[in-house]
Design a protein. Structure first.
Length: 250
């Protein structure tokens, strides 16, 4: 599992190297929905899987099963072809490596990028636009608005105290970022999963291909509601056994 801290030349070179070996954009255009091999969940999803484009996984405080579902998607994405890569944008470094292994993800074909939250949008667009990844997971609301900075962000802030402030590009509004990700995903045939906090209000609808509202009524259950799909359909909340396939990486 590779890790990169920011949009540095090293990340640019790594994306180019991965992209040259994966050839995803040419082989997966117009592919059917991505089945997660989670039968009770696949039945609920339109097309029996996740579509290409931007898919929002919305849960209270970005929990409620969204990480498990995203890991199932990464595992399924890697299973589509031997050279398929996936990426996870994790600004707060909340991804738990043992859990990734337990979910059956091949760590040798997964890129984890840990940028400062101020660079989340531009890093995400760069990663999706590279065309190197079948699935890209973006931890969009890892912490509530106004919470403390991540360890990486705090370190950078401390370094900047005694330094002369440098001008920086203004971060995009969320709906603008989602639009950019959707355009990149359309060009590269990727599925982009946004992990969002359902308690965060918004005034503008996001241009996603699908929005799933998730919850955990109990330890052994997952509540899923298709709040939006490509055809504008809205479904009822359904409670499923929380039994994603877990297997060791062999």
């Amino acid at each position: 599992m590779f890790s990169a801290m920011s949009v540095a030349p090293d990340l640019e070179l790594l994306l180019a190297r991965i992209g040259s070996s994966s050839k995803l954009a040419s082989s997966l255009v117009d592919a059917p929905g991505l089945s997660l091999s989670w039968p009770s969940l696949d039945i609920v999803l339109p097309g029996s899987g996740l579509p290409q484009g931007v898919v929002e996984l919305s849960a209270p405080h970005a929990l409620g099963g969204s990480t498990s579902l995203a890991l199932a998607a990464v595992r399924a994405g890697q299973a589509k072809m031997p050279k398929a890569w996936c990426a996870w944008i994790d600004p707060e470094r909340t991804l738990h490596a043992p859990g990734v292994v337990a979910a059956g993800v091949d760590l040798s074909r997964m890129l984890v990028v840990c940028p400062p939250r101020s660079q989340l949008g531009r890093v995400s667009v760069k990663v999706v636009g590279s065309g190197a990844f079948e699935i890209v997971v973006v931890d969009f609301h890892a912490v509530p608005c106004g919470a403390a900075l991540s360890m990486a962000g705090a370190f950078l802030k401390q370094k900047a105290v005694a330094a002369k402030p440098k001008p920086h590009k203004r971060e995009w509004a969320p709906e603008v970022l989602v639009r950019k990700l959707a355009l990149c995903a359309e060009q590269t045939a990727a599925t982009v999963l946004l992990l969002t906090d359902s308690t965060q209000s918004r005034s503008i609808a996001w241009p996603t291909a699908m929005r799933l509202e998730l919850g955990r009524p109990s330890r052994g259950e997952l509540s899923v509601r298709v709040a939006k799909d490509r055809r504008g359909r809205v479904g009822l909340a359904k409670t499923l056994p929380f039994l994603p396939i877990v297997r060791a990486v062999g």
